[in-house]
Write a protein that binds this ligand. Sequence first.
Ligand code: FES
Length: 143
Amino acid sequence: MMYSEKVMDHFNNPRNVGEIEDASGVGTVGNAKCGDIMRMYLDIDPETKVIRECKFKTFGCGAAVATSSMATELVKGKTIYEALQVTNKAVMEALDGLPPVKVHCSLLAEEAIHAALWDYAKKEGLEIPGLEEPKADISEEPV
Ligand code: FES
C-alpha cells in the first residue's frame, strides 16, 4: 500500500488534535466494520458563523488520523455553510489521494464534520441547507 507524502505528514504530525471545552458543536461517528471512531469539535463565531477552531480525536487507523487532521485544517476559517464543501473527496484531494481500501476513512472525517454541524444547528435552531441528519449518533461511545 502506498501513501502520499501528505498523508504521511498528517499521520506523523496531526494538526488540531484534542478537545474544545464548551464546543459549539460536537459530532462523533464510527465505522462498524473496522470499529474506528472519530469525534470532531467546532468552535463557531455566533455572529459570522465562521468556524474559528476545530479539533478532533480519533480512535482509528492511520488514514483516519490523516483525514481528520486535514479535514480540521480545511474547515477552519470557513462558515458553517461553506464547511459542507469539505467532502471526503475534497479531503482526499488535499491529501493527494488515498488507497482504495482507505476511502472509507475519509468518509468518516466528512461524517464527523456533518455530525458536529448538525449538533450545532440543532442547538441553535438553525437550518444548514444540504446538511442531513447523521445516520447514527454514537456520542455516548468513549473516545
Ligand atoms: Fe476504518 Fe480507517 S480502517 S477508518
